[in-house]
Design a protein around this ligand. Structure first.
Ligand code: COI
Length: 363
């Protein structure tokens, strides 16, 4: 689809902007959204930016019944010079199509969607909070909209992009969190949908999360679905351990989501000459190595929280405290560097950011 095909209808009024000192993740939305439809006869069509509004759907739409849906999460940042930056948006779009492939959703034109997203950001630019650690969270998602109760891939879809000004994902900010290792429920198994960013994976995680929260933990650590022995993810993030000076993260094994932040952390650590190993790692090994004093830090990585240090890990009623329950040196350096690159306050050594108005016909 070409850029001329993007129709724009501006909102007649602007909503009040939120108080940035009390921003809660994902609760407020900008004035506009992007929508594009798909039908098996015409492909993706009717790309448009319209005022943010509720959508009306037939109750028989397949997304309500069989969960044929995918989503992405990325952010736009306002720099001190008033420039708007995007962080590796091409990675998110590529992953959107990988998720689409797994969920039998037709691929989108990645370049066109990035173009449309840039136009959307340009239109709602004043919603990007300027403060440190704040950004505009962007949520592209696809839903299956064919009204049909048979179990089959839908013939109709909608791609929508909404945007929300956000601060820290956790109310506690970048402070270490307490994690409960999950022994009963599993997130995904190889061959399932764990590598796709699809709603069902998140729905499946809620029960364990609820149980952990009732016990005073912020997140759960997911183990593999077969032996319940090998570490997979933490909450909705990838996980890293610093063991004897080496960064260790579970290898992508067919059930782990390939995080953009995970990839960025690996590249940065290598750039700093810190060895990185992507391998299978058991929870038992972590507890044993911790006893030997070798596990010095652990942290989750994701778009929403960026780096989330792990302060405490509980497994079968045994608790280990990491780095005295404080944010470790490497976790802090990663957080400062990635957010600095994203906000344009540190050199973009690995060339990850792009200006949000780059490639736009209208400046
Ligand atoms: C992320 O941080 O990448 C996420 O996917 C979190 C989101 C589900 C809130």
């Amino acid at each position: 689809m070409s850029v001329e095909k993007l129709q724009i209808t501006l909102s007649e009024f602007k909503k009040a902007k939120p108080d940035v000192d009390h921003l809660e993740f994902g609760t407020q939305f900008t004035d506009h959204m992007f929508v594009m439809d798909y039908s098996s006869e015409t492909g993706w069509h009717d790309a448009r930016i319209v005022p943010y509004q509720p959508i009306t759907l037939d109750p028989a739409c397949m997304v309500f019944h069989y969960g044929q849906t995918v989503f992405e999460g990325l952010k736009a940042y306002l720099t001190a010079d008033g420039e708007v930056l995007l962080f590796r948006p091409e990675k998110n779009m590529a992953r959107l199509n990988q998720s689409n492939e797994r969920l039998c959703i037709p691929p989108v034109n990645e370049e066109f969607v990035i173009y449309a997203l840039k136009r959307l950001i340009q239109i709602d630019r004043e919603w990007i909070p300027a403060k440190e650690e704040m950004s505009l969270y962007i949520r592209p998602f696809v839903i299956s909209t064919e009204p049909y109760l048979g179990v089959a891939p839908s013939k109709h879809f909608k791609l929508i992009i909404i945007m929300s000004p956000v601060g820290s994902y956790y109310k506690s900010g970048v402070n270490p969190v307490k994690i409960l290792v999950e022994n009963d429920y599993v997130r995904a198994v190889a061959g399932g949908t764990g590598t796709a960013k699809t709603g069902g994976n998140y729905a499946a995680s809620l029960k364990a999360q609820e149980v952990a929260a009732a016990k005073g933990y912020s997140q759960v650590l997911w183990l593999d679905g077969i032996e319940k022995n090998y570490i997979e993810e933490v909450g909705s993030m990838n996980i890293f351990f610093i063991i004897d000076g080496e960064a260790v993260t579970p290898a992508l094994n067919g059930s782990i989501l390939e995080g953009v932040t995970r990839n960025s952390v690996i590249q940065l650590l290598k750039h700093w000459d810190i060895p990185v190993s992507e391998r299978r790692i058991s929870i038992k090994e972590i507890f044993e190595l911790h006893e030997e004093g070798k596990v010095t830090e652990a942290f989750g990585t994701g778009t929403a929280a960026v780096i989330s240090p792990v302060g405490e890990l509980n497994w079968k009623d045994k608790t280990i405290v990491l780095n005295g329950g404080k944010t470790g040196e490497i976790s802090q350096k990663l957080y400062t560097t990635i957010t600095g690159i994203q906000k344009g306050s540190l050199p973009d050594v690995l060339e990850w950011t792009q200006k949000a108005d780059e490639g736009l016909l209208v400046k």
